[in-house]
Design a protein around this ligand. Structure first.
Ligand code: 5GP
Ligand code: ZN
Length: 112
């Protein structure tokens, strides 16, 4: 667990969250500030800063993809958007890697 990491605290149960899916390696919970009818965050239980760091661990990276699929299934979504913001300029505000899984409405492109 990284010091003062809000998502490590959610995984540890120290901050409440609405769980959507979990397995041995991943945890998925509803975003506090939803941007779509379904907006779920999928995180590895182990702390990685971002997708760059996560990608160097093949087992954890595969578990993350599995967690995204399972979260979409648990949410009843067959069509959805997955987003990894990487770095502050790209919109990352919590530096524990997370996939946004968004669905339930048409999505525009390009993203803002
Ligand atoms: P980012 O901007 O890093 O890509 O996304 C961070 C997301 O985490 C935001 O969508 C924000 O609403 C969500 N978030 C931040 N703090 C909390 C929290 O304590 N609980 C939950 N459920 N979501 C959070
Ligand atoms: Zn963390």
């Amino acid at each position: 667990m990284a010091d003062d990491c809000v998502f490590c605290k959610i995984v540890a149960g120290e901050i409440p969250a609405t769980a959507v899916y979990q397995d041995d390696e991943t945890f998925a919970f509803a975003d506090l500030n939803p941007q779509a009818p379904t907006h779920v965050l999928v995180v590895p239980k182990q702390h990685f800063t971002d997708i760059v760091e996560l990608s160097r661990d093949a087992k954890a990276a595969a578990a993350m993809l599995n967690g995204i699929r399972a979260t979409a299934e648990a949410s009843g979504l067959t069509e959805f958007r997955s987003v990894f913001n990487t770095g502050a300029e790209a919109g990352q505000s919590v530096f524990h890697v997370h996939a946004h899984v968004l669905g339930g409405r048409p999505m525009g492109w390009p993203p803002g």
